[in-house]
Ligand binder design. Sequence first.
Ligand code: SAM
Length: 269
Amino acid sequence: MNKAAENKVARFAAITIFPEMFAALTDAGISRKALEAGLWSLSCWNPRDFADNPSRSVDDRPYGGGPGMVMQAEPLMRAIEAGTNSLLNAGAAKSRVIYLSPQGRMLDHAKVMALVGELSTGQGLVLLCGRYEGVDERLIELAVDEEISLGDFVLSGGELVAMALMDALIRQLPGALGDTASVTEDSFVAGLLDCPHYTRPEIFQGKKTPEVLLSGDHGKIRRWRLKMSLARTRKRRPDILRDRALSAEETQLMAEILAEESQEQCGEH
Ligand code: SAM
């Protein structure tokens, strides 16, 4: 592969004691197809392979006492170094270490797109998956560039988070989706939630598909979808609408939504 083509591959190295979990990403769906098409690569580095004890244990009791175990810095550091070297040897221009942590910056669409931008410059990502009570703080200070969280809740390990992050990144890679439009119409891309979708049959348990979607009038369909997106976002996620400027058409549609809402409220009284 020449340098330009090498740089187009999104390169990941996962630091994990459960490498088999990543089969969910490599063996199914869009991510599998994208892997087969050579759009991304993954190598897993098990800290147990870098432990210097016969039982290959990589955790120990926390200093100061308390429940649970803590992942030790030494084997994690060695695994991160091996993962980083593998990315560079495979052609990554540089690499960064992300620790998946509930204490990190919450993942959102803007962050996904920023990371896609990094990957497209040939930067590889080392994804550190914690287990137990987490990892020794000194390892974070010495080796981690950024911490990313999936949300304000605690999972048993970072693997599912690493996979969620990778899946979000992979579907943005050029060529990963058959229909590139589907990525641009997803929720959050234009700062709105996606519109509702319908498919056959036309009537399901007495519920009809909205007439406009059967009309074949593409202008009307586009306008209806935009209106539904606006109405949904206003109702479910007013926070993302607050910081978003509306186009002239969106302002008009929003006025219609508000008028319809107040009519409905009058009807209720
Ligand atoms: N004691 C840690 C805390 O309260 O911050 C949680 C440890 S958790 C049981 C084990 C590992 O799961 C973490 O080291 C992290 O890698 C991962 N993890 C759990 N929840 C996460 C989240 N919301 N986002 C990202 N990673 C998470």
